[in-house]
Design a protein around this ligand. Structure first.
Ligand code: PHE
Length: 347
């Protein structure tokens, strides 16, 4: 390099270039790219000036170096300044675009939950599982044998009229009761047996409290020395867990072909505490299930010796229990899938 005057001119030119160019930079990325033109260690214009130091006569080196350093520091300062300004502008724009109005009403988010009948079914399973029952789910289609004959209800038995059956073909039907599962279990397992069999059952019955499809929960215990006392004890636990500590049960004589003796089980009215109200029709009691001691003939049909073993069985209507629990007077409400209704019957 030539003389110092020429250097001063070049410095002035670079300064002009930077001052002019900096105005049009739009963002910090542009600052970075523009800065490279001057300060890139290889090709930057200021870096090149530095490199030409070697051509400067010794006596001018000090002044030359000082001027270029000043230029470099000035340029760095300018770039930093503009970079800060642009970054602040960018941040402001981002804050503006991402601004949230916290006073706006919140979005309503629908959450799903189990159907009330499923909730009650699960609650029953939990209660009985805690007493040592395991779950056996039978099939919804059955043969006449498992649904009726093996349950001591032969073809001409009047008890067949108790349940209006959907026949699929002669000998095949949609099960009318989960009791059919008892036979399957006893055929495959010798006592002790302690099972719970929940599932859908079907009957040609349709009014405010009956539906052609509903859910039952069968219980079966077979062992040595099982009596009605065991049944009552278990059902007391069930009622207290389901309806509260003050709930009690009573057994009334009834009839089912597959149990002898047979009972209908009532729970003390949880609405009025037994005084008598609309729910219990003034009686203080509400019927909740059918049960009994397994008929000897049923055990014999499954090759279980009734002189050694005895059993108890019960059948709970899950929709009925759900309706009682939530005060629903029409079973259709449980099946219409109207969310306005279902949302009100959720624990
Ligand atoms: N299966 C009977 C019904 O559907 C209920 C029941 C089950 C009764 C077990 C006694 C024992 O009506």
């Amino acid at each position: 390099m030539q003389d110092l005057r020429e250097l001063q001119e070049r410095i002035a030119l670079i300064k002009d270039e930077i001052t002019g160019g900096i105005e049009s930079l739009a963002n910090s990325k542009a600052v970075y790219d523009f800065k490279k033109n001057f300060l890139d260690p290889k090709a930057g214009k200021i870096s090149e000036l530095m490199k030409s130091m070697k051509d400067i006569p010794a006596e001018s080196k000090a002044e030359f170096g000082k001027s270029v350093n000043e230029l470099k520091n000035w340029a760095l300062g300018r770039f930093e300044e503009i970079d800060e300004q642009l970054k602040a502008k960018e941040a402001k724009l981002r804050y503006e675009s991402e601004k949230i109005d916290v006073t706006m009403p919140a979005k309503h988010i629908m959450t799903g939950y189990l159907h009330p009948v499923t909730q009650v079914k699960n609650q029953l399973i939990d209660i009985f599982a805690s007493m040592g029952f395991s779950v056996y789910e039978g099939t919804e289609t059955e043969t006449d044998y498992y649904n009726f004959t093996a349950l001591n209800t032969p073809n001409d038995h009047p008890a067949r009229d108790m349940q209006d059956t959907f026949y699929l073909s002669p000998g095949f039907l949609l099960r009318t009761q989960t009791s059919a599962g008892q036979i399957h279990v006893m055929e495959h397992q010798q006592p002790p047996i302690k099972i719970l069999s929940p599932g859908k059952v079907f009957r040609a019955d349709d009014d405010a409290t009956h539906s052609p499809m509903f859910t039952q929960m069968e219980g079966l215990v077979v062992d040595k020395g099982i009596t009605l006392c065991d049944l009552k004890g278990m059902l007391e636990v069930l009622c207290k867990r389901m309806f509260g500590e003050n709930a009690t049960t009573r057994l009334r004589p009834s009839y089912f072909p597959f149990t002898e003796p047979s009972v209908e089980v009532d729970v003390s009215c949880f609405e009025c505490g037994g005084k008598g109200c609309r729910l219990c029709k003034g009686t203080g009691w509400i019927e909740i299930l059918g049960a009994g001691i397994v008929n000897r003939k049923v055990l014999e049909n499954c090759n279980i010796d009734p002189d050694v073993y005895s059993g108890l069985a019960f059948g709970i209507g899950v929709e009925r229990l759900t309706m009682l629990k939530y005060g629903i007077n029409n079973i259709k409400m449980l099946y219409e899938s109207d969310l306005r209704v279902l949302e009100q019957i959720n624990d």
